[in-house]
Write a protein that binds this ligand. Structure first.
Ligand code: MLT
Length: 410
């Protein structure tokens, strides 16, 4: 009989967001009249920018005409998009990235999981706790961990806690680790990393021959000019960092699907015999074997955000969500809540009132206010006693959500 990958049995219950979905569906079935407002999963609500739609439609028209029709594209992405990425996301910030170091894909969630294919099973992996659950679960799935303890921490992973007590600034690992996931602006805490903090990580990685898996899916939300938008602004990062970027939150592509990963040719890892080799050819090989590229119309749509009209339109939408984040933050502070993040990020992280557990608070908010957020403990043990609200919603819903929230905690 075929054998299962039993590492899957180590995974805690369900993936966080489906579990929230299950509880919300049950609530809605029992209370059909309730007008539930969802500030849980970070899914965009505003429509695509007109310039993006125009590019998408024009590309679909090309596909409808024999003369301009295209079949398979390059697995790594069309050069027009890769060049736009290099010029606008990197060169403009003084960061060196080459066109063939950019791999266009259908999502950062997939890429942060798939990247594990090219690393050996014996790497020691560090995550910041609380953490985007995909980093942890994908390591569990490939068998890089033992079972989870009562708090959901998997044996074999190195957890670096961030809480209000350390101002959400992670300490460097005390032991030598090989792979480090960093996410800035951070999901779930909404905090950002300063240039000095990132430099510390790059220096650590260089000194320990580690690789940083840098998830910058929310970089478009950085408004503070002092905060790096890419890890490649940090000297030395090209030797030790892979960067994941996405059009999902930048341009409302959660349902369109387009992202990219930068794998510099200068990042090296070693074989079991100690020989150092670049990781770029392995990722290229993996990508070409398991992926056939993002569709042509979607890549044209993504390219549109790099032209003046598209850039301006997506900036306005990002600003709209940031204003939502500000309204949430200020509304919660007004009733004495301790809130974090939400300034250079679309997530507001808050301390649950009166020491309530994250899931108890989730249930209370859903039952009493018909509001959905994300329990902090779903992101890791250090998230217990915290709660995440997403700023992705209409203005009316956000204002109404703040009013309801205030009533529940006052
Ligand atoms: C989140 O809510 O954390 C994100 O939407 C998850 C994701 O981008 O996959």
């Amino acid at each position: 009989m075929a054998r299962l990958n039993e590492h899957y049995f180590k995974l805690k219950a369900g993936y966080l967001f489906p579990e929230i979905g299950r509880r919300v569906s049950k609530f809605c079935a029992e209370h059909p009249a309730a007008k539930v407002i969802r500030l849980g999963i970070g899914d965009v609500t505003e429509p695509l920018a007109p310039a993006v739609v125009k590019a998408l439609q024009a590309a679909v028209a090309e596909m409808a005409d024999r003369k301009t029709f295209r079949g398979y594209g390059p697995e790594q992405g069309y050069d027009f998009l890769r060049q736009a990425i290099v010029d606008n996301d990197y060169k403009s910030r003084g960061a060196h990235v080459e066109l063939d170091e950019v791999f266009v894909s259908d999502g950062s969630k997939c890429d942060t999981g798939n990247i594990l294919d090219i690393f050996g099973a014996d790497n020691v992996v560090a995550v910041i706790d609380p953490v985007y659950p995909v980093y942890v679960d994908t390591n569990v799935m490939v068998g890089r961990t033992g079972p989870a303890d009562d708090q959901g921490r998997y044996a074999g992973l190195v957890y670096i806690p961030v809480t209000a007590a350390n101002n959400f600034v992670p300490e460097l690992p005390k032991q030598k680790v090989d792979l480090i996931y960093l996410c800035y602006p951070n999901n779930p805490t909404g905090m950002v990393a300063t240039r000095d903090e990132l430099q510390r990580w790059v220096d650590y990685a260089r000194a320990n021959e580690a690789i940083i898996l840098y998830d910058a899916a929310y970089e478009a939300y950085i408004t503070d000019p002092a905060i790096p938008r890419t890890i490649y602004e940090i000297p030395g990062a090209r030797d030790v960092a892979i960067e994941f970027r996405s059009f999902s939150k930048t341009a409302g592509f959660t349902g369109v699907r387009c992202a990219f990963t930068v794998v510099p040719k200068t990042v090296m890892a070693s074989t079991s015999s100690g020989e150092k080799k670049p990781i770029h050819p392995l990722w290229n090989r993996r990508h070409c074997t398991k992926f056939n590229g993002v569709s042509y119309p979607v890549q044209r749509a993504a390219e549109a955000i790099y032209f003046a009209e598209g850039r301006q339109q997506i900036r306005e939408t990002v600003q709209f969500y940031l204003t939502n984040a500000r309204l949430i933050r200020e509304g919660l502070q007004a009733v004495g809540m301790q809130v974090y993040g939400g300034v250079n990020a679309p997530y507001v992280w808050l301390k649950t009132p009166g020491g309530e557990t994250s899931w108890d608070f989730f249930d209370r908010l859903l039952n009493q206010a018909h509001l959905v957020g994300t329990p902090g403990s779903g992101f890791g043990a250090s998230g217990e006693g915290y709660f995440r609200l997403s700023a992705f919603n209409s203005r009316d819903n956000v204002e109404e959500a703040v009013r309801r929230f205030q009533k529940v905690v006052s």
